[in-house]
Design a protein around this ligand. Structure first.
Ligand code: NAD
Length: 541
């Protein structure tokens, strides 16, 4: 099979960026070019402040994009360490160019580890023209109009990327579907490419869905549970799959799974549907716990010990968020409906319905905690991203919370460690609220203490470690003092009034004077990492 030397990736988002940066990092001999039509995003990828936050991503990108300090710098003529920009073999030695443009000749071959091999650009045409293999990593949102509105996956960006490839390519390419797409998309893709391509050009379409989880994208990519490669069974299909498999050079071979294209496409939708279904299942049980006095954390723990069930994705919370779960379940529902499998469609629909119910239930709980009226009160929302360790706010349950409590005429302060102010406003305004009106009663803070100052209730909406692990040191006369923060319901359901100056993980806290402050722990996102459950909400102290 053919060796892949140049890769292009269309779409420099949460998937394209980290995935192809790791591919470049792990394959110094492959040139990887990531393209996007969004100039601002590409500029950010080329800067020192990357457009997305993921633990460990800076190191991967900077190494592959900028090159690393030559490890054998004492072999250089000058003897000084230098950051390599370009390296080539010359007269049995290595000619290297530093970032400052300065050339050095090392008299023997150098294992440089990394000369830059990761590039970000808006120049789609040359990236496509040069590449042997092209990942399509564009967004595939839910359709907002036309046939399949609110359910079907909108393939307009995907199709436009494919058309561009067909238009530009003058040599054979392997096209890899990395975006999450409906079952059988590869077939339409192949037909579209073949109908529009330049004479003599051949395409092989593979499916290679991405299973990274935001917030742990780099470690998921470095150590994936599995890499799925779907191809057709022709010899060219199998050979293209083998070429792609080599690109995952760092992944143990037994974790690279080959399968037919349709299974591969469907496996991604199925995996997300199953993960979301566990969250909705445990959330539904949390409602029963609250009504009966059972503790959802105990129930979850007890069930998770059963090896057939397992502990992951089994923590109750405020509901799942993020750009994928809801969209992918709806896409599955649409698929089932188009296959006239209405019972199947209804089953998966209920997973989304339970999630909406949970978000609204939590809002009601907040209001109830505050004597059933929020008018004129100040509510602080800690955390706005849909889960910890990401700045991503797409479909975050925090939007529903803010929207619902805003309607109760309270003032709202928001603090999130990574979600940008601009992103938060955008998200809130997108959700139907007029920005001006929102700004009259909502403030976004960059300082957690300022955000919490004088609040009647603090709602922990995202499980960022800093809300649970960091000591909240008293500041100013009206700030909390250790003795004025009481523990709420402890993990085993008993109330303990141990003074503490930390927001206790998995628990709530309250300030006694001058006005009662109630911390209401929600949590969101991937509930396997949630510290808290709705059940641990304290009403009043
Ligand atoms: P994103 O919105 O962050 O990134 C998509 C990028 O593609 C954008 O920057 C956009 O400008 C660019 N783009 C769109 N059309 C283009 C075109 N024709 N030419 C050039 N650039 C174009 O989306 P994402 O979160 O990276 O998701 C991408 C896909 O991966 C989706 O199908 C999603 O379902 C799937 N996925 C996402 C995750 C995740 O955690 N975010 C995980 C697994 C799979």
């Amino acid at each position: 099979h053919k060796e892949v030397k140049k890769i292009a990736c269309i779409g420099a988002g949460y998937v394209g960026g980290p995935t192809c940066a790791v591919i470049a990092y792990k394959n110094p001999s492959i040139q990887v070019t990531i393209v996007d039509q969004n100039t601002e995003r590409i500029e950010a990828w080329n800067s020192t402040k990357l457009p997305i936050y993921e633990p460990g991503l800076d190191h991967i990108v900077f190494t592959a994009r900028d090159g690393i300090v030559a490890p054998l710098d004492h072999n250089l003529t000058s003897g000084k360490p230098m950051t390599v920009q370009l390296a080539s073999t010359m007269n049995g030695g290595t000619l290297i160019t530093g970032l400052d443009g300065h050339d050095e000749l090392c008299p023997r071959p150098l294992d440089l580890g990394h000369a830059p091999n990761l590039f970000f650009t808006t120049d789609m045409s040359s990236a496509i023209a040069d590449a042997d293999l092209i990942f399509i990593c564009v967004n595939t949102p839910t359709k907002d109009s036309g046939i399949g509105k609110d359910y079907a996956c909108d393939l307009k960006y995907f199709e436009s990327a494919a058309r561009k490839i067909a238009e530009i390519a003058v040599s054979d390419k392997i096209i890899v579907e990395k975006s999450t797409v409906p079952c059988k998309t590869a077939q339409s893709m192949r037909e579209l490419l073949e109908a529009n391509c330049n004479p003599g050009v051949r395409f092989e379409v593979l499916s290679n869905p991405e299973f990274l989880s935001e917030g742990s994208a780099v470690s998921d990519l470095l150590n994936p549970d599995r890499v799925l490669i779907g191809s057709d069974s022709s010899s060219t299909g199998v050979s293209a799959a083998a070429s792609l498999s080599d690109v995952y050079s760092w992944v143990p071979r037994n974790r690279i799974i080959s399968m037919n294209l349709w299974s591969c496409e469907l496996s991604k939708l199925a995996a997300n549907a199953l993960l979301a279904q566990r969250i909705s299942s445990i959330n539904s049980l949390s409602a029963i716990c609250e009504a009966t006095g059972a503790n959802i954390n105990e129930v979850s723990y007890a069930c998770g010990l059963d090896r057939r069930i397992g502990p992951h994705m089994l923590k109750a919370g405020v509901g799942f968020g993020g750009s994928c779960f809801k969209k992918d379940i709806l896409s599955l529902v649409y698929l089932a409906e188009s296959l006239h499998l209405s019972e199947v469609a209804d089953y998966w629909k209920s997973v989304v319905a339970m999630n909406e119910y949970q978000k609204c239930r939590f809002t009601r709980r907040i209001t109830h905690c505050l004597f059933d009226t929020l008018t004129g009160k100040k509510i602080t929302i800690l955390g706005f991203s849909y889960k910890k360790d990401t700045g991503d706010t797409r479909e975050t349950p925090a939007v529903t919370l803010v929207r619902n409590i805003f309607a109760e005429k309270c003032k709202i302060s928001i603090y999130d460690p990574k979600a940008s102010e601009q992103q938060i406003w955008l998200q809130l305004a997108e959700d139907g609220g007029k920005l001006e009106k929102l700004k009259s009663r909502i403030t976004i803070h960059h300082d957690i203490y300022e955000a919490c100052e004088g609040a009647d209730a603090i709602v922990v909406a995202t499980e960022w470690d800093e809300f649970s692990n960091k000591a909240i040191t008293p500041r100013g006369p009206s700030a909390w003092t250790p003795s004025s923060i009481l523990r709420g319901v402890s993990a085993n359901g008993n109330r303990s009034h141990t003074p503490t100056n930390q927001i206790p993980q998995g628990e709530t806290f309250s300030r006694v004077a001058p006005t009662p402050t109630i911390a209401i722990l929600g949590g969101s996102g991937t509930p396997s990492r949630l510290p808290a459950s709705i059940d641990s909400v304290i009403s009043r102290n």
